[in-house]
Design a protein around this ligand. Sequence first.
Ligand code: C2E
Ligand code: CA
Ligand code: CA
Length: 282
Amino acid sequence: AKSAGRGCYAVFDPARGRREHARAELSAAIPEALAAGEFFLDYQPIVPLSGDRIDAVEALVRWRHPDLGVLSPVEFIDLAEDDGHIMALGAYVLMQACRAARRWYDLDPEGAPIISVNVSAVEVADPSWLTRVEKTLTETGIPPHRLQLELTERAFMADDGGPLAALRALADAGVRIALDDFGTGYSNLAYLGQLPLQVVKLAGPFVQRIRDSAGATDFVVLESIVGLTHALGFTATAECVETRFQAEQLRALHCDTAQGWYFHRPLTEEGVTELLEGQRRD
Ligand code: C2E
Ligand code: CA
Ligand code: CA
């Protein structure tokens, strides 16, 4: 399924039949939900493994559904991709994220984190996407180098080259491009060097193989991936770091930054603001 590899675990769904029916309905409700302001963002800090200042925050969308409660993006992003609503949803997410980034920047230009936004492969393949990103940056006054876009391999693989050209243009303008969920999917190491990347995000399932019981090969594989990432001039970020042991091992492997419950759960905008204020006082 497309959702395998999303988040930290593959999604196991025992109630598939019931869900299939609900899916169509849920999907059709997206435009109205957008208009009603039912979507909101949480922000999860990304921290350096040596040092303590927040490097970036990843915007994670949620849907406060009037009947179903707060839905995870795993429940609706695929749907939005299939019926095209991802364009409007993605535009909303990018705008909200840049506005929050702007507010943090206005509070403290030095300490403000880079804003990292997930972008669907479907969005990148749309010819209007590049212009929209540029316009959002201009309108919110976010300098390009303060924006990071997270894309999975799928986004780089369209044959007509359109997505790659758009990503190159943004990278040339200074936007940081991150390869999300590396280690799931095809993960063809050889083509990494050809992509306009600055950051490789090691997927959760990969990171979670780091345990006391992990075999030596797990470490060798991780170490060589981090090494290759660096050899290509990219930064390595580990996702879904849940334990101190994982954080220490990743630091020993020279991974640069990390994200996960061990450091911070996804926070509200105010939560991030408080964190930044605390950081400023240290
Ligand atoms: P992702 O990009 O891999 O995001 C990380 C997911 O892992 C988030 O789940 C986050 O809450 C969760 N997570 C973070 N730290 C930990 C940890 O230590 N342990 C565990 N078990 N989980 C952790 P979330 O928020 O449910 O997002 C799931 C996926 O939905 C994201 O995976 C991303 O692919 C997608 N997504 C989220 N927001 C957007 C969006 O605005 N646009 C698009 N296109 N996709 C989005
Ligand atoms: Ca992501
Ligand atoms: Ca990820």
